[in-house]
Design a protein around this ligand. Structure first.
Ligand code: GCW
Length: 675
């Protein structure tokens, strides 16, 4: 029964009767070596067609093209059959899919692309789509990564689905079945690399024994075309290498990293690269030696360049701050640190930028750093793990949130500069770029701790391939693959999911005020009083009369001035700042009128009631699906929806009472406070 969760969107469930589609009579996979993604594609096609149609096809590696499903690279196809049928240009990882009844060509630019094409064909079949098609598709960007926050002891930072599938007790686990199943899921959504350890890295990950261990993870990833990456602990030269320094310019330190890199590539020839969190939240880094962050990044870039690897260097660098300083602002940090270094990063470095300037909040403006690095490769960091967004106990379908950032036009040099065109490298003509998502799957047999949360992982892969994909269409594909073709099921899950982020925003934190949860430890549940009077810089500056961060240039922290002129002018001005970011940019009275005509405080009250009401409706909506979904998943989701419904009331009442107490302003509708 756990199978439904484990297989997620790759169940290959039997289709309802009545489909008489012409299927291939056999499968030809043009590479039969066990590590080859093309070989995997052959197995997957066999398994999928068996599951969906109950037909057992044989897999060959040569044969007649007609009435076969042929899968391989373009050059393998040319070798086997003479000429290539591919009419469009394929880029790295791209593929060509040509379905003509029982004759199917699935050709990748490389083997990974061929596997993607096989999954695409199977996804069509599993959704009952038997049309003839002929097209090529290429990725938006070369870097489509996963970041896992797994620790060597087997715990997972911000993990809400059980312990690690990779590590336990300081070592790589011996049974890597789950790691292999995970790689299968990831390759089906065209992810090409996964970093397996937490960004708060531990030097033991790269000791000789664990290099062999992570090598075994890379071995189970390889047949799926997933490359392995590792997070590094900047102080490893001291901790592991017994050097007296980890200064990035020290010759001994350089030799240390060259040697580690060689050891890694000896074991893992297709190793993807390093992820580095340095000088951040207590992690060691180049600033300790008065070196620049670029010196830090280039240290690894130079070590890994001879092997073709890359360095993802995180922009999440900030200092603790004193709230009594009106102009102090954590949101300023990334641009302050990185903009002066533009042009100093090696070509195989990518600066990895969280979508907003603070930290995965329910609403943030796009990080202005995307507009400030014109000669540096960049990637966006998203979070499938719902750290501040209900931790998988709340349904929050994230693509609409992500799209507000990716579709945002930064107007660099007064020209169209969508975030998505910056990170793909298109806007500033950069050779590298893309995205990483923090995905904290665990041993739980739903992976993320909740069946419905898996739509976020699925959607991340689909968007990383094509950022213009429609959030709702992606969701419906996922729903058909996960729960079947019943239209009521599809409509209901669509309605719930598309309403979920707005609902969560309504009952957690409004008007750009951030998620008002406990900031000190859990990041879960309402706790607005923890945001202020801390050095973490996630302040609301709420007092008895007013609220919000003044981030203007004229009177505040100057953050709005980090955007290019057109955007800066919009945010600088109260009138042109959108309501949903009002308190992000401005400090106003609770009685300030919004564009809707409502006051800030009345909006708080109304939004919280509305959001909680929506979350409660999810229960009834889900209950209407009883009998249309297997009991186990039905009950499991119901349990979570009941929790969310109750917790949304906890949220509502905690927040509205907090602001009612602090402001003393009654609710027009008489719901809040003493009557
Ligand atoms: O959101 C914060 C988390 C930390 C995390 C950090 C980061 C892994 O609370 O747990 O550390 O961000 O992204 O580095």
């Amino acid at each position: 029964a756990a199978e439904n969760g484990l297989q997620a969107w790759l169940r290959y469930a039997p289709l309802p009767q009545g489909h008489n589609t012409p299927l291939p009579l056999s499968i030809i996979a043009l590479n039969s070596s066990t590590n080859s993604p093309v070989n995997t594609a052959g197995q997957e096609l066999q398994k999928g067609i068996q599951g969906i149609f109950g037909k057992q096809l044989s897999v060959f590696n040569t044969g007649k093209e007609t009435s076969s499903a042929v899968v391989g690279t373009v050059s393998q196809f040319q070798k086997a059959f003479g000429s290539s049928p591919v009419k469009n240009k394929l880029e790295e990882d791209g593929f060509w899919l040509n379905v003509k009844g029982s004759t199917v060509q699935i050709l990748g630019q490389n083997e990974r692309g061929a596997l993607y094409g096989a999954f695409e064909y199977l996804s069509m079949l599993a959704q009952g789509n038997f049309s003839n098609v002929e097209y090529a598709t290429n990725p938006a960007a070369p870097v489509r990564w996963i970041n896992s926050w797994d620790n060597m002891d087997g715990s997972i930072t911000r993990g809400f689905g059980g312990n690690s599938i990779f590590f336990a007790d300081g070592h790589v686990v011996s049974n890597l079945t789950r790691a292999s199943e995970y790689a299968r899921l990831l390759s089906s959504i065209r992810i090409n690399a996964a970093v397996v350890n937490d960004v708060n890295a531990n030097f033991t990950t790269i000791d000789p024994e664990n290099i062999q261990g992570v090598g075994r993870i890379a071995d189970v990833f390889r047949p799926y075309g997933i490359q392995l990456g590792l997070s590094l602990d900047f102080a490893s030269p001291m901790e592991l290498g017994n050097l007296s320094t980890y200064d990035p310019l020290d010759p001994g330190v350089i030799v240390f990293w060259d040697d580690i890199t060689k050891q890694i590539y000896d074991r893992i020839p297709d190793f993807a690269g390093y992820l580095v969190k340095a000088d951040s939240e207590g992690t060691p880094g180049p600033l300790v030696y008065n070196r620049t962050l670029a010196d830090g990044a280039n240290l690894f870039a130079k070590a890994i360049d001879p092997f073709g690897g890359i360095v993802m260097y995180r922009a999440f660098v900030y200092n603790l701050l004193n709230e009594s300083d009106w102009t102090a602002d954590r949101a300023n940090a990334a641009v302050d640190y990185f903009q002066p270094l533009d042009g100093q990063f090696d070509d195989n470095v990518i600066v990895q930028i969280k979508y907003g300037p603070i930290d995965f909040q329910v609403r943030e403006p796009a990080s202005p750093l995307f507009a400030n690095l014109l000669e540096t490769n960049t990637a966006i960091e998203l979070q499938v793990a719902q750290e501040y967004l209900g931790q998988q106990c709340h349904l929050v379908y994230l693509p609409p949130l992500w799209r507000t950032i990716l579709d945002f036009d930064l107007r660099v040099q007064n020209q169209s500069s969508l975030v998505r065109n910056v990170i793909t490298g298109e806007r500033f003509k950069r050779p590298l770029g893309g995205s990483a998502a923090v995905v904290n799957v665990g041993l739980n047999d739903t992976w993320l701790g909740s069946h419905l949360a898996m739509s976020n992982l699925y959607a991340y892969g689909r968007l990383a391939w094509d950022w213009t994909s429609d959030s709702e269409e992606i969701l419906q594909d996922w729903t058909r693959l996960t729960f079947g073709l019943d239209q009521t099921v599809i409509d209901t899950i669509t309605q719930m999911s598309m309403a979920s982020w707005p609902a969560y925003e309504n009952y957690s934190g409004n008007l750009g005020e951030q998620t008002l949860n406990d900031i000190l430890y859990t990041h879960f549940g309402p706790n607005p009083q923890t945001l202020d009077n801390t050095p973490w810089g996630q302040w609301t500056r709420a007092d008895h009369t007013s609220i919000g961060m003044d981030r203007t240039v004229s009177n505040g922290t100057g953050f709005s001035g980090q955007y290019p002129p057109e955007v800066a002018a919009m945010y600088e001005n109260l009138e042109t700042t959108p309501d949903n970011l009002l308190l992000w940019f401005h400090h106003v009275n609770y009685t300030q009128k919004l564009k809707s005509g409502e006051t800030v405080i009345q909006h708080f009250y109304d939004a919280h009631y509305e959001g909680a009401e929506t979350a409660q409706a999810f229960v009834t909506m889900w209950q209407s699906l009883e009998g249309k979904i297997d009991d186990e998943r039905f009950e499991d989701v119901l349990f979570r929806q009941v929790f969310q419904a109750g917790h949304s009331i906890v949220w509502r009442d905690a927040i509205v009472n907090f602001y009612n107490n602090i402001s003393g302003i009654p609710d027009d509708a008489g719901r809040v406070g003493h009557h």
